[in-house]
Design a binder for this molecule. Structure first.
Ligand SMILES: NC(=O)c1ccc[n+]([C@@H]2O[C@H](COP(=O)([O-])OP(=O)(O)OC[C@H]3O[C@@H](n4cnc5c(N)ncnc54)[C@H](O)[C@@H]3O)[C@@H](O)[C@H]2O)c1
Length: 446
């Protein structure tokens, strides 16, 4: 629906009261992909509320899910433009979104864009909110462009793969604040009730002073998209992006960021240095690019507290995606939301509240802030938690102690300066199709 004059101002002033009332029970939308309150949002439109127009950039698994969650927030929301590097990814995402949201997906062929400049075309489509879920190597570029164009943004984690990228995101985050743009980052534990209450209790001192943190993302690994005949090297790497650092940042950045971010949240700060070790033991196939399959990092915070971090991609081993905190007066299973105190035999506390789907709640919260005009900017901690993961990778790749200030100031840019499918990606295979692998003690990683 078109609103003459200032559409954003209109949205801000016309919907905040009714939304505040609706958001009280925000757990409503957690068990379905489909739009809830469909008739309500249509009623809202009929009453004169403007739709928020969404543009999706990166139409893979998470982009499709995030767009669906955005469309399931309260109030009029429409998906009006989509962009992806590849048309097959865009079309399959569109089919699935149309199935779940038949009335609010409005993306005709002229608003479907493919290729490296698709993001610019989506941004040019008079959208209010960008949902960005491309591989993280593109995040600084896309986030900067969205902020420059005055868009509210939901962007997936991680928000970069290197120090220069983090600096760009931090700078754009400041501009977003000045422009009063709302920015959500896909670190959804910040919107999960069990984490919110557990960490509030840690901050209130329920286990005393924190002395040690332990964080894990140990799993069997993720998908591989093998090389196909006729692909250029750039297309192959774009399709199989998980295994190339200029796109992914290694799995310590791409996945383990969630757990490291929880550590930072507990500490209310960021590590000042890290040292660690890692390598490729089992995942050494021809389509496994250049990333490690395990990292073990010891982070140090300003007060001397350590955070031990493990991430591993190996089938058949102990699996764990968890965070734990140890304090002078007790221990906390943070992901399990339980607290034990040294002075009690029985469990001291366990979270028993409701736990709506945090992927939905993060969108509910962002869209409520957009409509009410409340300050909302998760980019800074999103960037610094991404930097924490990058710091860990730098430490395991070079095998030395790396200081956060040096990592953050690093001039080592992994991403290319220009993108084209017939162009040259930053990492190239040798005659056997193998890529250079970092060598601790030799590799300069920052
Ligand atoms: N918060 C979470 O729990 C969570 C879960 C899964 C994924 N993610 C994040 O979401 C992002 C995407 O992951 P995914 O699992 O959806 O991967 P995916 O491969 O399924 O989707 C990525 C999509 O981006 C497209 N793309 C690549 N480069 C592009 C460009 N320059 N412009 C436009 N489109 C481009 C790809 O073609 C693909 O369709 C990653 O950053 C990942 O870490 C977050």
């Amino acid at each position: 629906m078109m609103v003459v004059m200032d559409r954003r101002h209109f949205l801000k002033t016309s919907t905040s009261a009714s939304l505040a009332a609706l958001m009280v029970g925000r757990g409503f939308a957690q068990t379905t992909l489909g739009p809830l309150f469909e008739s309500e949002s249509l009623a809202g439109n009929a009453a004169g509320q403007a739709d928020l127009r969404i543009g999706l950039i990166g139409c893979g698994g998470r982009g499709t899910g995030a767009a669906s969650q955005a469309l399931s927030t309260v109030g009029g929301v429409r998906l009006v433009a989509m962009g992806d590097a590849f048309s097959d990814r865009l079309e399959s995402s569109l089919v699935s979104l149309q199935q779940y949201h038949p009335d609010t997906v409005d993306v005709p062929p002229e608003r479907r864009f493919c290729g490296f400049d698709a993001y610019q075309q989506v941004i040019a489509c008079d959208v209010d909110v960008l949902v960005i879920a491309t591989p993280p190597g593109f995040r600084p570029l896309h986030f900067e462009a969205g902020v420059a164009a005055g868009k509210h943004i939901f962007m997936e984690k991680p928000v970069a793969v290197d120090g220069p990228g983090i600096r760009r995101v931090l700078a754009a985050a400041q501009v977003a604040k000045q422009k009063q743009l709302k920015v959500g980052v896909g670190l959804q534990r910040h919107h999960q009730n069990s984490y919110l209450e557990t960490i509030q209790r840690l901050h209130a001192g329920e286990i005393g002073r924190i002395t040690l943190l332990r964080t894990y993302w140990n799993s069997a690994g993720v998908w591989v998209r093998p090389r196909e005949q006729g692909q250029t090297e750039m297309e192959y790497q774009m399709r199989n992006w998980y295994y190339f650092n200029w796109l992914c940042g290694d799995h310590i950045v791409e996945q383990h960021i969630h757990n490291l971010d929880v550590g930072n949240w507990i500490m209310q700060g960021y590590p000042t240095e890290a040292q660690g070790q890692g390598g490729r033991l089992l995942r050494t196939g021809i389509d496994h690019g250049e990333i490690f399959d395990h990292h073990m990092v010891e982070y140090t915070y300003a007060d001397g507290t350590r955070m031990l971090s493990q991430c591993r991609h190996m089938p058949g081993c102990w699996s764990s995606v968890e965070e734990h905190a140890h304090g002078t007066e007790g221990t906390c299973d943070v992901s399990g939301a339980r607290i034990r105190r040294h002075d009690q035999d029985k469990l001291h506390w366990r979270f028993e509240g409701d736990s709506p789907n945090a992927y939905q709640v993060e969108h509910d919260d962002l869209f409520a802030a957009i409509r009410s005009g409340t300050s909302y900017n998760e980019a800074e901690y999103g960037a610094m938690s991404t930097m924490t993961a990058i710091l860990g990778r730098m430490a395991t790749y070079c095998g030395k102690v790396v200081k956060m200030e040096d990592a953050l100031a690093s001039s080592l840019a992994l991403t290319p300066s220009a993108y084209a499918f017939d162009g040259t990606p930053p990492s190239l295979p040798d005659a056997d199709g193998r890529y250079p692998i970092p060598i601790p003690g030799v590799t300069k990683s920052y």
